[in-house]
Design a protein around this ligand. Structure first.
Ligand SMILES: *Cc1c(COP(=O)(O)O)cnc(C)c1O
Length: 393
C-alpha cells in the first residue's frame, strides 16, 4: 500500500477525534524521526513529551525485549519483580511513600482523585467533598480528569461533570483562598501548565497552596504528567520549589514510550485506599515496569537532569534571542526543556511550515508554540532547531 492509501484507510477506520498531519511516521533513531517516504524530522515534540530518551536507546529497548521473553503480564493478583523495583524508584525519586501504577495520565489523575475523596471521607464520614482545580488546566479525557480540566470547550458536550469541582485562577493565590471551605478535600495543579500554554507556577503561588493545604488538612495534588520526569531539570517539577505535594500523578515520560502512569502518595494519605477500593488489570504489568526501571537507570547513568539544565539554559538563551529579533513573537515562557513561544497569531501556519522543513513542534492554547524535545538533545540540536524555526515565524 502507498502512504496515501494508509492514510485513507486510517480515516475510514479511526473514530475521527484527531485531525492528523498528512504524514505516516515509520521509524526513529536518537532525536530524529523518519516518515514512510524516508523524510527526516528533528523531533522537538517527543510524541507530546513522552520520548524523553529519544528513540532506540539500546539499554531501554534491550530491557523491554528481554522482559517480553520472560513474562509480559501477571495481573495485580500477584507480585512481579519489575513493578516492585519501579515502585521503589518512583517513591525514592519523589520523596513520597507509595505508588500505584496505571496505564495513562488520565487514569493516574482518576486514582489521585479517588484517594483524595477517600482520605476526606475517613476524616469526616461525608462524601460531598470539593476539589479546587485551575483555569486553563489539563488533566486528561476520562470523566473525572475531564471534570478537573479548566477548559469549557472540552467539557461542554459531555455534561454533567462530576460535582464539587471549583476553578481558581492559576498563579492567583487569592482566587484559591476564596474557594476554600470545610468541604474542600484537595487542590490540584500542574507545577508547569502544559496544554494551557506553558505557564510555570510562581513560587508564592505553589508555596501558598501548600500552606493552605497544611492549615486546613487539604491534600495537595501535583499533576506531573507532562512537566515531570526530568523535563524541567528536576525529576519532578515540584522539586523546583520548596514544597512537597501529598499526591503526584505521573505518566508520559515515565515509560518513555510504553503506556504507563502512576500516582504516588505521601505519608498522610498513602494508606487511605484499602483493598477493594481501586484496581487495574494491566496497571504496572512487568512489560511496562521493566521500561520504567530502565528509564530511571538511564536517567542516572546518562546524567539526563544535568543535560536538561545545561541544554535547557542554552535553549532559553537562543529562544530569547529569537524573541528579540522577531516581532511576531510576544514572549517566551517555560522551564528547562519545556518551553513555549507566545506568537501574535495562531501557531498552525508556523507548525505546518516547520514540519515541511523537517522540524516537529506542537502547539498549546492556540497561540503558543510548544517545544518538548527529547531530554537527550544537544546544543547543536538546539541550533539546528532555531535555524529552521527562524524561517517559519
Ligand atoms: C497528557 C496529560 C494528561 C493525560 O495523560 P493521558 O496519558 O493522555 O491520559 C494529564 N495531565 C497532564 C498535565 C497532561 O499533559
Amino acid at each position: 500500500m502507498t502512504t496515501q492509501e494508509y492514510m485513507e484507510l486510517g480515516d475510514k477506520y479511526f473514530v475521527h477525534t484527531y485531525n492528523r498531519y498528512k504524514i505516516v511516521m515509520d521509524k526513529a533513531k536518537g532525536v530524529y524521526i523518519y516518515d514512510a517516504d524516508g523524510k527526516k524530522y528533528l523531533d522537538f515534540a517527543s510524541g507530546i513529551g513522552v520520548a524523553s530518551l529519544g528513540y532506540g536507546n539500546k539499554k531501554y529497548t534491550d530491557a523491554i525485549k528481554s522482559q517480553i521473553d520472560k513474562i509480559m503480564h501477571t495481573s495485580n493478583l500477584f507480585y512481579n519483580e519489575p513493578a516492585v523495583l519501579a515502585a521503589e524508584k518512583l517513591v525514592k525519586a519523589s520523596g513520597l511513600e507509595k505508588a500505584f501504577f496505571t496505564n495513562s495520565g488520565a487514569e493516574a489523575i482518576e486514582g489521585a482523585l479517588k484517594m483524595a475523596k477517600r482520605y476526606a471521607y475517613d476524616r469526616d464520614g461525608k462524601s460531598d467533598h470539593e476539589i479546587i482545580a485551575m483555569g486553563h488546566s489539563f488533566h486528561g479525557r476520562t470523566m473525572g480528569a475531564l471534570a478537573l480540566t479548566g477548559n469549557e470547550h472540552y467539557q461542554k458536550p459531555f455534561g454533567p461533570m462530576i460535582s464539587g469541582i471549583k476553578f481558581a485562577e492559576y498563579n492567583d493565590l487569592d482566587s484559591v483562598k476564596a474557594l476554600v471551605n470545610d468541604k474542600t478535600c484537595a487542590i490540584i495543579l500542574e507545577p508547569v501548565q502544559g496544554e494551557g500554554g506553558i505557564y510555570p507556577a510562581d513560587k508564592e503561588f505553589i508555596e501558598g497552596i501548600r500552606k493552605i493545604c497544611d492549615e486546613k488538612d487539604i491534600l495537595m495534588i501535583c499533576d506531573e504528567v507532562q512537566c515531570g520526569m526530568g523535563r524541567t531539570g528536576e525529576m519532578f517539577a515540584f522539586q523546583n520549589y520548596n514544597v512537597k505535594p501529598d499526591i503526584i500523578a505521573s505518566a508520559k515520560a515515565l515509560g518513555c514510550g510504553v503506556p504507563v502512569g502512576a500516582f504516588v502518595a505521601g505519608k498522610k494519605c498513602c494508606n487511605s485506599l484499602v483493598p477493594g477500593d481501586h484496581g487495574t488489570t494491566y496497571g504496572g504489568n512487568p512489560l511496562v515496569t521493566s521500561a520504567v526501571n530502565a528509564v530511571f537507570d538511564i536517567y542516572e547513568e546518562e546524567n539526563i537532569l544535568e543535560n536538561v539544565k545545561n541544554v535547557g539554559a542554552y535553549l532559553e538563551e537562543k529562544l530569547d534571542e529569537l524573541v528579540n529579533e522577531n516581532k511576531n513573537i510576544v514572549l517566551r515562557r517555560g522551564k528547562g526543556l519545556m518551553q513555549g513561544l507566545v506568537l501574535k497569531t495562531p501557531v498552525g501556519d508556523t507548525i505546518n511550515k516547520a514540519i515541511e522543513k523537517g522540524l516537529l513542534v506542537i502547539s498549546a492554547a492556540g497561540n503558543v508554540l510548544r517545544l518538548l524535545p527529547p531530554l537527550i538533545i544537544t546544543k547543536e540540536n538546539v541550533d539546528e532547531m532555531i535555524n529552521i524555526l527562524k524561517e517559519c515565524i
